[in-house]
Design a protein around this ligand. Structure first.
Ligand SMILES: [Zn+2]
Length: 155
């Protein structure tokens, strides 16, 4: 899973995406990936690099009420993006790859990745939660949002 995620490249992968019927997610956001995002954008998204995480049987709990709207994509829906509202603060518990219990308190972009990957384990992908009129190809990512779409950023 780590190899597939890195080769894609992506910042997260859930086992069912590659046909493995287990509740496992991997995620990683490198300094290099973050450096490709304009500084202002990374700041608004609260996106920071973090080390590889492997989580078995993750349980995600949303913390607080703060949410944000940003575009996201998925390796299983290649070439497209859409705006999804996600919680800004989550706590994930589970086991690491050696079977030891772990607990991650995540916020911002990492919290978004965790919600996205945990959704995969229940057969939900971002298009099930997107703001439909924001769905677009990667090539059209920078086009203005259609009328009536909510503004990007914290809600
Ligand atoms: Zn995905």
């Amino acid at each position: 899973m780590i190899r597939v995620m890195r080769k894609a490249p992506g910042v997260g992968l859930a086992a069912p995406q590659i046909g493995v019927p287990l509740r496992i997610i991997v995620l990683e956001d490198t300094k290099e990936y973050v450096s490709y995002v304009p500084k202002e954008e990374a700041k608004v998204q609260d996106r920071r690099a973090f080390d590889l995480l492997v989580i078995l049987n993750p349980k995600l709990e949303k913390k607080g009420k703060r949410t944000a709207l940003f575009f996201e994509g998925c390796l299983s829906v290649d070439g497209f993006r859409a705006v999804v509202e996600r919680h800004l603060d989550v706590e994930v518990t589970g086991l690491d790859r050696y079977g030891a219990p772990i607990k991650i308190n995540a916020y911002g972009w990492q919290a978004r990745i965790l919600q996205h990957e945990c959704d995969h384990l229940d057969g939900t992908i971002y298009v099930d939660k997107m703001v439909p009129r924001t769905f677009r190809t990667v090539d059209n990512l920078d086009l203005p949002l259609a009328q009536g779409c909510p503004k990007l950023g914290p809600c």
